[in-house]
Design a protein around this ligand. Structure first.
Ligand code: UDP
Ligand code: MN
Length: 312
C-alpha cells in the first residue's frame, strides 16, 4: 500500500533546501571574514605602512647615537652637502680612561695641532652641525683640567663639532659659586662667537665613550632638573642648552676630596624650592661680575672673574 503523500512533504523539502542555502551562505561569509581579518595582526608579511613619527621625535638629534659599528656598515641617509654627517663617522666608541700618568699640556697641544689658540676647533672638511661652547666652572683644579683637556680634545674633534673650551675661574677665596660661573661662561662665550649650544661640564668628568656627543639635543626633557638653578632663563630666551647624554654612567670622575669653600650650601633645598619666585630676578638678569683677565692658552680660554661677595 502506497503511503499517502503528505501535503507537507514538498514544503519540508523546500525548507531543507533553504536551511542548506543559509548554512552555505553563513559559512562563506564566515570564511571571507576570517580570511580578511588575518591580514590585520602584526607579524603578517606585509603590514600596512606605518605613519612616520611626529616631526619632533624623528629629528636625528633627539635619538641616541647608534653603535659605531652599525654606523659604518649602514650609514644614515646622506646629509645635505657640506654639513658634517650625524653621527660622525670618526667615532670609535668605548674609551679607556685612567688617571695614573701625569699629563703634560705642551705634549697635548702637540698631538692636537688642529686645535687653535683658546681651545677652538672646527672640522676642516665639513660644516659642523652645532657651534658648541663648553663651559667649565673652575678654581684650583689644574691637575683635573689637564686630564680633561687630554681626553676631551681628541673626542670633541672626532665628534666634528665647531667648539670652544671656556674655563671660568673664580678669583679669590670666597665661597665657590658654580652656578654663577656657568652663567658668566655663557655670557662671555656669546660675546666671542655666535654659539648655538652650551655644554656645562665639571672639570673632573671624563666621558668613557665618544658617542656621548657634547652637543645639544632637541628634546626638552634633556633640560633636566639638574639645570634648574641656572638654566631656566636661557630656555625662555630660546637658547638650547644641554648636558652630555644621560648614558653618563659612561663617565669617569676623578676622585677628589671636598674643596675648601665649596661645602654643601645648607640653604640649597630651601632655595631650590623657591626657584619659581626667584628665577626672574636671580641669575642672568642680575648677573654682576668683573672679568679680571682673559688668557688664550693653546688648549682653552681661561676667564678669571671676580664674582663679588655671595649676596651680590
Ligand atoms: N670646582 C672647582 N674648584 C672648587 C670646587 C669646584 O673647580 O674648589 C668645579 C669643578 O669643575 C668641579 C665642579 O666645580 O668638577 C663641581 O664641584 P665638585 O667636583 O666638588 O662637585 P662633586 O664632586 O660633589 O660633584
Ligand atoms: Mn667632583
Amino acid at each position: 500500500m502506497k503511503e499517502p503523500s503528505l501535503p507537507g512533504t514538498s514544503l519540508q523539502r523546500a525548507c531543507r533546501l533553504l536551511v542548506a542555502f543559509c548554512a552555505l551562505h553563513l559559512s562563506a561569509t564566515l570564511l571571507y571574514y576570517l580570511a580578511d581579518s588575518a591580514l590585520g595582526p602584526p607579524g603578517s608579511p606585509e603590514p600596512p605602512p606605518r605613519r612616520p613619527p611626529p616631526a619632533n621625535l624623528s629629528l636625528p638629534l633627539s635619538r641616541p647615537p647608534p653603535p659605531a659599528s652599525r654606523t659604518r656598515s649602514s650609514p644614515a641617509s646622506p646629509p645635505p652637502p657640506g654639513l658634517c654627517p650625524d653621527p660622525s663617522p670618526l667615532l670609535v666608541g668605548a674609551l679607556r680612561v685612567e688617571f695614573s700618568q701625569s699629563v703634560n699640556l705642551e705634549e697635548v697641544a702637540r698631538i692636537n695641532p688642529e686645535v687653535k689658540a683658546g681651545g677652538h676647533f672646527a672640522p676642516k672638511d665639513c660644516i659642523a652641525l652645532q657651534k658648541v661652547a663648553i663651559i667649565i666652572p673652575f678654581r684650583n683644579r689644574e691637575e683635573h683640567l689637564k686630564y680633561w683637556l687630554y681626553y676631551l680634545h681628541p673626542i670633541l674633534q672626532r665628534q666634528q663639532l665647531d667648539y670652544g673650551v671656556y674655563v671660568i675661574s673664580q678669583d679669590g677665596e670666597e665661597e665657590f659659586n658654580r652656578a654663577k660661573l656657568l652663567n658668566i661662561g655663557f655670557t662671555e662665550a656669546l660675546k666671542e662667537y655666535d654659539y648655538d649650544c652650551f655644554v656645562f661640564s665639571d672639570v673632573d668628568l671624563i666621558p668613557m665613550d665618544d658617542r656621548n656627543t657634547y652637543k645639544c639635543y632637541s628634546q626638552p626633557r634633556h633640560l633636566s632638573v639638574s639645570m634648574d638653578k641656572f638654566g631656566f632663563r636661557l630656555v625662555f630666551k630660546g637658547m638650547r642648552i644641554s648636558r652630555p647624554d644621560a648614558i653618563i654612567g659612561k663617565c669617569r670622575m676623578i676622585r677628589h676630596s671636598r674643596d675648601r669653600k665649596n661645602e654643601p650650601n645648607p640653604e640649597r633645598f630651601d632655595r631650590i624650592a623657591h626657584t619659581r619666585e626667584t628665577m626672574n630676578s636671580d641669575g642672568l638678569n642680575s648677573l654682576s661680575y668683573k672679568v679680571l683677565r682673559t688668557d688664550k692658552y693653546p688648549l682653552y680660554t681661561k676667564i678669571t672673574v671676580d664674582i663679588g661677595s655671595p649676596k651680590s
